[in-house]
Design a protein around this ligand. Sequence first.
Ligand code: AMP
Length: 135
Amino acid sequence: MTAVEPAHDAAANLRLVGMSEAPSVFSRIVSGEIPTTLLAETDRVIAFADINPQAPVHLLVVPKTGEYRDVVALAAGDPSLLAEMVEVASSLAQEHAGGDFRLVFNTGETAGQTVFHVHAHVLGGSLQEGSLGGA
Ligand code: AMP
């Protein structure tokens, strides 16, 4: 599955703080500008493999809307969308990682967030607990 419907919320991707910001890499994937292979898609969410995997299975679940910069904003603004992301993450883990998975939302620069369009990292495949929180 490769086709993605155009972002219907492009304006929401531009946070007006004096000047417009460029759309995030994930908004550009949602719009189809950057190609990817979709592993799952719902009306509100897409999922694809992380380009720089940190685990045997490393997938990303991304809302089509770029309105929420992190999971805190998402939980406050649209909890049902957050629940949908978790549901998609669980389905992906069933399909690609035998069912068990670690769900990571980096939140803020010093926690490792580099893309400020909320996304969940779905990590799986013989993970060791000791790797949690590595710098
Ligand atoms: P974070 O550091 O939590 O903001 O996560 C951003 C993630 O996006 C990183 O793990 C990157 O490897 C990943 N990433 C960036 N660009 C792409 C891309 N074009 N396709 C897939 N993953 C990407």
